[in-house]
Design a protein around this ligand. Structure first.
Ligand SMILES: NC(=O)c1ccc[n+]([C@@H]2O[C@H](COP(=O)([O-])OP(=O)(O)OC[C@H]3O[C@@H](n4cnc5c(N)ncnc54)[C@H](O)[C@@H]3O)[C@@H](O)[C@H]2O)c1
Length: 251
């Protein structure tokens, strides 16, 4: 995977898919900015990358705050001279599982703020920098819930369909500016987010696996491989694309 020396920011990189992605970029020789609202977790991930001979630093960023996203990108460019890859991974689920009429306002506002507005802010700020450089690469982490219906999950579904739409629309706008923008759509993948879903009932895991032709949940490092590939020169004619990694669930 050709990402050596690339300057990469990953949001929500303190755990799960983001942490696995940060570590994978680290092993491939990228300069990794491990960003998360949880600075303790981000610091641990950056330390692990550095211990294994990579180059990483941790930055506290809440993606719902435009000024913090601006500082994240500006500080990265000051430190490393450019921003080659922006991985917009930070995301949350709603706290309650409920049909639309009972979907809480709090869940709606919180999920849209992180998953949708956060990705908008990160794309907006990153693209401004990439236009100055004359090149760049963005990978958004959407979801299977962004291409297929999912019940009891309206804000999450809305936010992830939005991420897919923003990915395609922005890719259309910046293709001639040498900026590629793609998304991955993971299915159920082991992480804190999945644990939250599984905690709803003891048989939830078995119920979900019935819908997965491969019969198992995904692993964070399996999603990381696709993110890293989209960010690399190995995929250089691909833009506006979504890659679904779901063990066949969407079939
Ligand atoms: N795990 C799955 O089954 C699955 C499936 C499809 C899509 N996804 C998506 O993958 C992405 C990563 O999720 P994960 O499964 O690794 O979950 P996770 O909970 O392990 O990681 C999410 C990270 O985002 C961070 N975060 C939350 N709010 C933030 C904010 N406002 N600003 C910055 N960081 C913030 C958290 O601190 C956490 O480290 C999310 O966008 C999620 O929607 C996950």
């Amino acid at each position: 995977m050709n990402v050596k020396d690339k300057v990469v920011i990953i949001t929500g990189a303190g755990s799960g898919i983001g942490a696995a992605t940060a570590k994978l970029f680290g092993t491939h020789g990228a300069k990794v900015v491990v960003s998360d609202i949880n600075i303790g977790n981000a610091t641990k991930v950056a330390e692990e990358i550095n211990l294994q001979g990579g180059i990483a630093s941790a930055v506290k960023t809440d993606v719902t705050k435009y000024e913090e996203v601006k500082s994240l990108v500006a500080d990265t460019v000051n430190k490393h001279g450019s921003l080659d890859v922006m991985v917009n991974n930070a995301g949350i689920g709603g706290k309650h599982q409920a049909k639309t009429a009972d979907h809480t306002d709090d869940d709606w506002h919180n999920v849209i703020a992180v998953n949708q507005t956060g990705v908008f802010y990160c794309m907006k700020v990153a693209i401004k920098q990439m236009l100055i450089q004359g090149k760049g690469n963005i990978v958004n982490v959407a979801s299977l819930a962004g291409i297929k219906a999912s019940g009891n999950n309206l804000s999450y579904s809305a936010s992830k369909f939005a991420v897919v739409g923003m990915t395609k629309s922005a890719a259309l706008e910046y293709g001639r500016k040498n900026i590629r923008i793609n998304a991955v759509c993971p299915g159920f993948t082991h992480s804190a987010l999945l644990e939250q879903l599984l905690s709803v009932s003891p048989d939830m895991g078995d119920k979900l696996k019935r819908f997965i032709p491969m019969g198992r949940f995904g692993e964070a490092d399996e999603i990381a491989e696709a993110i890293c590939w989209l960010a690399s020169e190995n995929s250089k004619f691909i833009t506006g694309e979504t890659i679904t990694l779901d063990g066949g669930t969407s079939l």
